[in-house]
Design a protein around this ligand. Structure first.
Ligand code: ADP
Ligand code: MG
Length: 269
């Protein structure tokens, strides 16, 4: 019996079924106690292995995604943000848009939850087994500068095409020079219909021409991004400053005019 047990343990290790190896004693004892059939016993062991593997996969993908923080949709106070349609966001969280290579654009002034929602959609995609990568436009510009010097731009392009979902945060704070604009155009073109992007921006589409050095490239980028996409316009005041405003410490200094500036809501093409 001991020899058999040792052989099973060794085989489980060799087959990289470490979680079954760990749970074997406990599950076998329960099976004996409750008189399980052989099939139920096997089912329980395999289920345990699958749950553990899925957990490890999520942990690894979360690490690789380089999210600035981990927040979920359940932590988003939809009541505080009436300009966001909860049903639409929950629908996006099903991951269908990622499976279809569609894009999501989150527009609005600072502090209204654009990054939170982008991250939460990323977390949802990861929980469904999809690869996600998060970077800010500032990170991207740094990368482009370094890679251009090292002659590695094409490699970077390939790397950024790999994740099923690429989140590009904070479009609009920094201008994109000609090299960066070309890079973004190539990135968007290569990912077009194959991989999804979530882009957050404090600028309306009309203003992207001021951010991207080349107007023609700016409209070519937008053309591809918006072709199959969902735009969520978030209005209102910064959630970050809400508490302070409530306490009367802060007035409306940080809010930028948005309703007039931003593009029409929900341009699902
Ligand atoms: P933005 O990217 O639009 O500038 P963030 O997503 O960074 O804003 O939000 C700022 C902070 O406020 C974050 O900590 C975020 O989690 C929180 N926050 C914003 N909106 C909400 C909301 N509706 N419910 C809960 N937390 C929110
Ligand atoms: Mg943000």
């Amino acid at each position: 019996m001991d020899a058999c047990y040792d052989r099973v343990q060794a085989a489980l290790q060799r087959l990289k079924l470490g979680d079954i190896a760990q749970q074997l004693d406990h599950v076998a004892a329960q099976a004996a106690r409750e008189e399980w059939s052989y099939l139920v016993f096997l089912d329980q062991l395999l289920a345990g292995e699958q749950v553990a593997r899925a957990g490890r996969d999520v942990a690894m993908k979360t690490k690789l995604a380089r999210l600035p923080f981990v927040k979920t949709l359940d932590q988003f106070d939809f009541a505080a943000q009436p300009s966001v349609n909860e049903r639409q966001v929950r629908d996006l969280a099903t991951g269908r848009f990622v499976a279809h290579g569609e894009n999501v654009l989150l527009l609005g002034p600072p502090g209204v939850g654009k990054t939170h929602l982008a991250v939460a959609l990323g977390v949802a995609a990861i929980s469904q087994g999809m690869g996600v990568y998060f970077l800010t436009v500032a990170d991207l510009l740094d990368m482009i500068e370094r890679d251009a010097k090292a002659g590695r731009l094409q490699q970077r392009l390939q790397t950024l095409c790999k994740p099923k979902l690429l989140i590009l945060d904070e479009m609009g704070y920094f201008p994109l020079d000609a090299v960066a604009a070309r890079f973004l155009f190539q990135l968007v073109s290569r990912r077009y219909t194959k991989g999804s992007m979530i882009i957050t921006s404090n600028k309306s589409y009309g203003e992207w021409g001021d951010v991207v050095a080349d107007q023609v490239l700016a409209s070519a980028i937008l053309d591809r991004l918006l072709h199959v996409s969902t735009t969520i316009n978030i209005r209102g005041q910064s959630y970050r400053l809400r508490e302070k405003r409530r306490a009367g410490i802060f007035h409306d200094l940080a809010t930028t005019p948005t309703e007039e500036v931003l593009a029409p809501t929900d341009a699902r093409a």
